[in-house]
Ligand binder design. Structure first.
Ligand SMILES: [Ca+2]
Ligand SMILES: [Ca+2]
Ligand SMILES: [Ca+2]
Length: 212
């Protein structure tokens, strides 16, 4: 029995060490990207709203579909105040996005104050919980500082390395103060966090060196 335990422990250890390639240590359903401080009409209702245009994405990092019943979002409060509960099924690799306006509608329908996702611009947290019978547990969470989320910057997981978080700052390039670091890439609401349109400023000297 002891050897079996040791072998299993070894497997867990190996899988954790390789988190950058095989995200076994990450929850199957995880926070993928979020926007705290909207400066444009992200939910497409024609109006800019500090509440309604916030958004949070979740992703299924596993190999099988997951029933999202019981998965809920909260902000960084020590005692969770529920902002949204997911429903339906999320296929492997699929992403679901929740706008502040979706959270507001859920709150109104379920008797909670209509604060939307309630992600404080000055620093807060995004937490994904799962409620299963009498058990409520944090599945994934991320605490952020103000700079990395200011005016249309998002924070999200790298698609090629989900254990690493970066800032998607294409609309509002980070200076050295961003934590996590900026990428120059744009936010990708509802889709894989891509860097295909990276536009980090490049100096004339660096550009000339490419053609030498
Ligand atoms: Ca906010
Ligand atoms: Ca809007
Ligand atoms: Ca995305």
């Amino acid at each position: 029995m002891r050897k079996v335990f040791q072998f299993c422990f070894f497997l867990v250890l190996v899988s954790c060490v390789n988190v950058s390639f095989v995200p076994d240590c990450l929850a199957q359903i995880a926070i993928n990207e979020f926007l705290v401080d909207p400066a444009r009409d992200w939910d497409g209702d024609g109006a800019l709203s500090a509440r309604d245009d916030e958004w949070v994405e979740i992703i299924n990092l596993g190999q099988s579909a997951v029933d999202l019943g019981g998965y809920r979002l909260a902000d960084g409060d020590a005692k969770p105040v529920w902002r949204y509960e997911f429903a339906g099924t999320l296929a492997p690799g699929a992403i679901e996005i929740v706008y502040g306006s979706d959270a507001k509608a859920w709150e109104e329908a379920n008797g909670f104050p209509a604060y939307g996702l309630s992600l404080n611009n000055s620093g807060d947290g995004v937490r994904l919980y799962r409620i299963s019978l009498a058990d409520t547990s944090v599945v994934d969470s991320y605490s952020y500082e103000e700079a990395a989320t200011r005016d249309d910057r998002t924070i999200g997981r790298r698609a090629d390395n989900p254990g690493t978080w970066v800032a998607f700052d294409g609309y509002n390039p980070c200076t050295s103060s961003c934590n996590p670091a900026g990428t120059g890439c744009y936010p990708s609401p509802g889709s894989i966090n891509s860097c295909a349109t990276a536009t980090k400023p490049i100096s004339w000297g660096a550009m000339k060196s490419v053609y030498r």
